[in-house]
Design a protein around this ligand. Structure first.
Ligand SMILES: NC(=O)c1ccc[n+]([C@@H]2O[C@H](COP(=O)([O-])OP(=O)(O)OC[C@H]3O[C@@H](n4cnc5c(N)ncnc54)[C@H](O)[C@@H]3O)[C@@H](O)[C@H]2O)c1
Length: 359
C-alpha cells in the first residue's frame, strides 16, 4: 500500500472535515500543501500539520508539489479549472459538492479524465455510513420488496450572514441555492439507493433572502421502476432536519438527523407479517460507521491502490448533476423534465438557470 502525497485547495468552512479525514488516514496520506487565495487561511491549516507548506496560488502549488491526490474545497465556480489543472499535474482529485456547475462542465472534466488517466471523485460522505451499506445489502437480497414511496427532505436554516459570503447567492458562483448546495447530499443518496429516475417536476422560489438563487425548492420524482418521491430543499426551516423516508413493500426505512448519521439515526419498521425476519436482518448490522469524509476517503484510497475508477465518479457522479439540472429546468419552465433530455444545445446543459454564467 502506497503513502500518497495529498494537497488541499481551499481552507474555508469545510476544511476541518478534510483535515480530520487526512489525519485519520495518516498511515496512507501525507499532507504536503494547502493552497488558499487567502494565505492566512492556508497557513492556519499548515500550523496543524508538520511539514505542510502554504500557498496563495493553487496553480503554483500544483507545479511545485506535484501531489498524488488533490482535495478541492473552494466555491463551485472554481471547481472545473482547478480540477483540470490538478489532473494535468498528474493528480487524482476529490472535489467537494457540487462537483461542477453544469453538465457541460462535467463533460469537460470527463474528457480530461480520459486524457490524463486520472480520476475525479465527488464528496458525498452520506453514501459511506454502515447503515447505508447494510440497507443496500438488504435491498440486494430482496428482503424489503420493491421501493414504492420516498420522502427526501432537507429542511435546513441559513442566515443572511451565510448568504453574505458572496459566492453563495448567485447561479454563476454557486450554481444554485439549497438544491445545488444543501439538499444535494440527501438527493444523491436517494438516487444512489433507488437507481435511475425517469421524470421530475419542480417549483422553486426565493421567499426570505435577498439572493438570486432559490431558498426553497420542491419536487416530485418518478423512478424508472415506477416508485414516486417527494423532495424539499429548504434554507428556511428553523427546526432543522434531514429526513429520508423509504417505503418498500415490506418495510419503511428512515433516517432522521442533521449533518451526520450513525446506525442509531436509522429506523426500520416492518409489516407485522415479516416483523421477526426483517427486524433481525436489520439488527444484524455488523458495525457502526458514521457517514463521514473519513469513511469516503478510505474507499477513494483503496481505489487509488488498485488504480481503479473510485466511487462517486464518472456516470455515478454525473447522475445527481443531471437530476439537479432537470429539477431547475422544470422549476424555470413549469414543465416536467425527463432524464436524458438535457443535451448540448439545451440552455440548461450549460447552466442550472438556463442563462450562460457571467464569468
Ligand atoms: N461535504 C460537505 O458536507 C460540505 C460542507 C460545506 C461545504 N461544502 C462544499 O465545500 C466547498 C467550499 O465551501 P466552504 O463552505 O468551505 O466555502 P468557504 O467560502 O468557507 O471557503 C472557500 C475557500 O476557498 C478559497 N478560494 C476561493 N477560490 C479559490 C481559488 N481559486 N484558489 C484557492 N482558494 C480559493 C477562499 O479563499 C476560501 O477560503 C463548496 O463547494 C461547498 O458546497 C461541502
Amino acid at each position: 500500500m502506497s503513502r500518497y502525497r495529498v494537497a488541499l485547495i481551499g481552507a474555508g468552512g469545510v476544511v476541518n472535515n478534510h483535515l480530520e479525514a487526512i489525519v485519520a488516514h495518516s498511515d496512507r496520506l501525507e499532507l504536503v500543501a494547502v493552497a488558499d487565495r487567502d494565505l492566512i487561511r492556508a497557513e492556519a491549516v499548515c500550523t496543524q500539520v508538520d511539514g505542510a507548506r502554504a500557498y496563495s496560488d493553487a496553480y503554483a502549488m500544483l507545479a511545485a508539489e506535484r501531489p498524488d491526490l488533490v482535495h478541492i474545497l473552494t466555491p463551485p465556480a472554481t471547481h472545473l479549472p482547478l480540477i483540470l489543472a490538478a489532473l494535468d499535474a498528474g493528480a487524482w482529485v476529490w472535489c467537494e459538492k457540487p462537483l461542477c456547475r453544469s453538465l457541460a462542465e462535467f463533460d469537460q472534466l470527463a474528457a480530461a479524465e480520459e486524457r490524463t488517466g486520472r480520476y475525479v471523485s465527488t464528496v458525498f460522505q452520506w453514501r459511506f455510513g454502515s447503515a447505508v451499506e447494510h440497507l443496500r445489502a438488504l435491498m440486494a437480497q430482496g428482503l424489503l420488496g420493491r421501493p414504492l414511496v420516498a420522502v427526501c427532505h432537507t429542511l435546513w436554516y441559513r442566515t443572511a450572514d451565510y448568504y453574505a459570503v458572496e459566492w453563495r447567492s448567485r447561479y454563476t458562483t454557486a450554481s444554485g441555492g439549497p438544491t445545488a448546495t444543501l439538499g444535494i447530499h440527501l438527493m444523491d443518496l436517494l438516487l444512489w439507493l433507488w437507481g435511475e429516475w425517469q421524470e421530475v417536476q419542480a417549483i422553486a422560489a426565493t421567499l426570505d433572502h435577498a439572493i438570486e438563487v432559490e431558498d426553497i425548492a420542491m419536487a416530485l420524482v418518478r423512478f424508472e421502476h415506477g416508485a414516486l418521491g417527494s423532495i424539499v430543499n429548504s434554507a428556511l426551516s428553523p427546526r432543522q432536519e434531514s429526513y429520508l423516508r423509504l417505503d418498500y413493500q415490506q418495510a419503511t426505512v428512515e433516517v432522521q438527523t442533521l449533518y451526520r448519521y450513525t446506525n442509531a439515526h436509522w429506523r426500520l419498521t416492518p409489516l407485522p407479517l415479516v416483523q421477526e425476519t426483517l427486524t433481525s436482518a436489520w439488527q444484524a448490522m455488523p458495525y457502526d460507521r458514521m457517514g463521514s469524509h473519513e469513511a469516503q476517503l478510505a474507499s477513494l484510497l483503496d481505489a487509488m491502490d488498485r488504480n481503479e475508477r473510485p466511487p462517486v465518479s464518472g456516470p455515478d457522479a454525473r447522475r445527481i448533476l443531471e437530476f439537479i439540472a432537470s429539477l431547475y429546468k422544470s422549476a424555470f419552465t413549469a414543465r416536467p423534465v425527463q432524464r436524458g433530455s438535457i443535451v448540448p444545445g439545451d440552455p440548461f446543459y450549460i447552466s442550472m438557470n438556463g442563462v450562460p454564467y457571467d464569468d
